[in-house]
Design a protein around this ligand. Structure first.
Ligand code: UTP
Length: 299
C-alpha cells in the first residue's frame, strides 16, 4: 500500500522567534496569505498523503482550530454575501483525516517523532516539519519522489537535502554520500553539525523524511544529547551504522526550503511569498522598489 500517513511535529517552543512565539505557535505564523502549517498540509495532500498526525504541545490549539470545519464562519460568509471568500477556506474540506497527539515534554524532534508510534502503528510514514515550507507557495512534489524512492530502493529511510553555503554546515545534519553524488544518492553517514573543514558535503537535512517503523527502535535507544533533547539525526546515524539503507534526495531547483524557525529566514520567506502573491505581488514589488530606491535607511 502506498504511504499515506504523515507525522507533522509542531510541539517545539520556537524560542528563536521570541517574543513572537510567546503565545502563538510558530507553525501558525503568516507567510504571505497563509499560516506556515497550511502550506505544509497542502504540499502533503498534493503528494498523496491522506492522514495527518500532528504532534502538538502546550499553546498549540490554534493549529487544531485552523483545520476544523468552521460552519459558523461559512454560514456568516454566505449570509453576508461574501461567497467569494469561501474559496479561501477550501482547504478545510480537503479529503484529509486529522489526528492529534501530545508531546507532553519538549524533549526534541526525535522524541516528538517517537510520540507518533502508537498511531503510526507499524506503517511506513512521512515526517514533515511543521515550521518549514518546501518550494515557493509549497509547490513541491519532493515528498512524492521520496515515498516512491522509499519503495523502489527498499530503503529504511529517505531524507530530503538542500545545498547550503559551506559556512552554514555547522548548523545542520550533513550528508556523507556513498559513491557518486547525484540527485538521488545513498548515505554512507549523516554528520550532525560538522566543522566546515570536516564536512563531507554541503548537503543539509531539509525538513522532509520517510521512515520505516524501525526508526522507533533507534529513537528509543537514542541517548539525549545537547539540552537533554533526543535528536532525530542521532537515530538515523545509528540506523546507517547498523547497515540500514538510507537514501538522500536533493531538493530540485525552484523547490527550496523556507525555514520559519528563525527571524532572518522567516522575514526572507515572507517577502518572497508576498512578492509572488497572485493578487498583491506586483504592488508589493513596486512598493519594495520604491523603498529601496528612496531611503538611506534601507540598504
Ligand atoms: P526546532 O528544531 O526548530 O525546535 O523544531 P524548536 O524547539 O521548535 O525551536 P527553537 O530552537 O526553540 O527556536 C523543528 C520542528 O520540530 C518540532 C517544532 O515544532 C518544529 O516544527 N519540535 C521540536 C517538536 O515537535 N518537539 C520538540 O521537542 C522540538
Amino acid at each position: 500500500m502506498p504511504i499515506d500517513i504523515a507525522v507533522v511535529p509542531v510541539a517545539g517552543r520556537g524560542t528563536r522567534l521570541l517574543p513572537l512565539t510567546k503565545s502563538q505557535p510558530k507553525e501558525m505564523l503568516p507567510v504571505g496569505s497563509k499560516p506556515v502549517v497550511q502550506y505544509v498540509v497542502e504540499e502533503l495532500a498534493r503528494c498523496g498523503i491522506h492522514r495527518l498526525l500532528f504532534v502538538t504541545g502546550p499553546g498549540k490549539t490554534a493549529i487544531e482550530n485552523h483545520f476544523d470545519i468552521d460552519s459558523e464562519l461559512i454560514d456568516h460568509l454566505r449570509e453576508t454575501g461574501k461567497e467569494e471568500l469561501l474559496e479561501d477556506l477550501a482547504f478545510e474540506r480537503e479529503d484529509l483525516q486529522y489526528f492529534y497527539t501530545r508531546q507532553r515534554r519538549q524533549l526534541g524532534l526525535g522524541h516528538a517523532v517517537l510520540c507518533a508510534e502508537p498511531v503510526v502503528d507499524g506503517q511506513d510514514f512521512v515526517v514533515a516539519l511543521g515550521d518549514s515550507i518546501i518550494g515557493l507557495h509549497a509547490q513541491s512534489t519532493v515528498v512524492r519522489t521520496m515515498t516512491e524512492l522509499f519503495e523502489t530502493a527498499a530503503a529504511a529511510a529517505v531524507i530530503a537535502f538542500e545545498e547550503v553555503p559551506p559556512e552554514e554546515v555547522v548548523h545542520y545534519g550533513i550528508a556523507q554520500p556513498k559513491g557518486r553524488l547525484d540527485d538521488v544518492f545513498e548515505l554512507a553517514d549523516l554528520i550532525e553539525k560538522p566543522d566546515v573543514r570536516e564536512a563531507p558535503s554541503n548537503l543539509a537535512v531539509a525538513a522532509r523524511y520517510v521512515f520505516s517503523p524501525a526508526i522507533f527502535d533507534y529513537l528509543r535507544n537514542t541517548e539525549p544529547g545537547k539540552g537533554g533533547e533526543i535528536q532525530l539525526t542521532d537515530a538515523i546515524q545509528a540506523l546507517i551504522h547498523d547497515g540500514g539503507r538510507v537514501m538522500g534526495v536533493r531538493l530540485p531547483p525552484h523547490q527550496a526550503r523556507f525555514d520559519i524557525g528563525n527571524f532572518e529566514s522567516y522575514f526572507q520567506a515572507f517577502i518572497e511569498f508576498a512578492m509572488a502573491d497572485p493578487d498583491y505581488g506586483e504592488r508589493v514589488k513596486a512598493f519594495t522598489r520604491k523603498l529601496l530606491s528612496g531611503g538611506d535607511e534601507v540598504e
